[in-house]
Design a protein around this ligand. Structure first.
Ligand code: UT7
Length: 323
């Protein structure tokens, strides 16, 4: 009997506070027109000072577990760039909050492609028979590593969390996952300091995201285009076999380029970039949950999930949706 993992529940959470482009206009040298035209973003959610990544993760997890009809899972994988503590992992903090004990729980760090990495790992655990159920998240308080006076980056990012529950099944489910990285691009999109390198900057709260936007844009479009071909070839499918694109929500122009590569009309592309901005690892499961709860997907629809981010890292998954 073949063994697959199936998505049996989704959930998400966004912090209450919304920062609009109009508010940013009052703080930095930018305009709503520039942000909207160049990125598609109109607003982003920002966590309260006393709200942490694990809080967002817990709220998203509870919704996903409720949708799945489960209160326990064998495995927890959290993709995050903005953990609450150096250690233990956000996944361990989350495990305790959810009153789940004993099974493996760990964080994955692949920035905006983090959810694709986490999903791929959990899928492999399930396919191998090591776990029967898994809770997989992308959760970020990315606003904490943003310089809110730097117009090159601060208009782009937001906070949030998205979660899926996976379960082993004999029918797909997740058809394939595809992960890539190229560390030669490390300096194109990074926070240049960390625990081992200039901890003082981290402690002073001055370790911020730096990005060569044009370079990231160019490589993202190229690599995500290649990923489309890779996922189709791996499954013996044509472009017309894909029903929905669920992309990382960094920039509407990157998303449009990938949709064009797939030959998909934009009404078949899940878009949350206008309302959420770029929530890094959280953006794909957030978009998936929004579309799933809206009832966009039908039984057997094929979804291509994809993301690109710092590292560079990029990855995707081809998923057959089951109701
Ligand atoms: O999730 C991780 C992956 N990250 C991404 O995918 C981001 C990829 N990159 C991008 O999305 C785009 O490159 C940006 C949205 C970041 C920038 O858009 P762009 O069309 O590449 O603009 P640019 O960087 O070439 O800048 C064009 C102009 C510059 O002015 P000059 O030099 O032409 O006079 C910038 O200084 O726009 C200026 N600019 C702004 N103006 C108003 C940059 N940021 C802003 C701003 N408001 N917020």
């Amino acid at each position: 009997m073949p063994r697959y993992s199936r998505i049996i529940g989704t959930g998400s959470y966004l912090p209450q506070r919304i920062v609009t482009n109009a508010e940013l206009e009052t703080r930095i040298d930018t305009t709503d027109a520039w942000i909207t035209e160049r990125t598609g973003i109109r607003q982003r959610h920002v966590a309260a000072d006393d709200e942490f990544t694990v809080d967002l993760a817990e709220a998203a997890s509870r919704r996903a577990l409720e949708a799945a009809g489960l209160d326990k899972v064998d495995l927890i994988v959290v993709a995050t760039t903005t953990p609450d503590r150096v250690f233990p992992s956000t996944a361990c903090l989350l495990q305790s909050r959810l009153d789940i004990h004993g099974g493996p729980a760990f964080d994955v760090q692949a920035v905006c492609a983090g959810f694709m990495y986490a999903l791929s790992i959990a899928d492999h655990y399930i396919k191998a028979g090591t776990a029967n159920t898994a809770l997989v998240l992308g959760a970020e308080t990315f606003s904490r590593i943003i310089d809110w006076t730097d117009r090159n980056t601060c208009v782009l990012f937001g906070d949030g969390a998205g979660a899926v529950v996976l379960k082993a099944d004999n029918t797909p489910g997740i058809l394939s996952t595809h992960l890539h990285a190229d560390g030669d691009y490390a300096n194109c999109l990074h926070v240049p300091h960390g625990v081992s390198n200039n901890l003082a900057s981290v402690l002073a709260g001055t370790a911020f995201v730096e990005m060569s936007g044009r370079e990231v844009f160019k490589v993202a479009v190229q690599k995500l285009g290649e990923l489309v071909d890779e996922a189709l070839v791996a499954n013996g499918l044509e472009r017309s076999d894909i029903d929905f694109l669920v992309p990382h929500q960094a920039n509407i122009r990157i998303i449009t380029a990938t949709a064009r590569k797939l030959g998909l009309p934009m009404e078949r592309v899940v878009l949350t970039v206008a309302e959420h901005g770029n929530t890094s690892a959280a953006s794909i499961p957030l978009a998936l949950d929004v579309a799933a709860r809206r009832g966009d997907f039908g039984n057997g629809d094929r979804l291509l999930l994809e993301g690109f981010g710092g590292g560079f890292t990029w990855g995707g998954a081809l998923v057959e949706w089951r109701e």
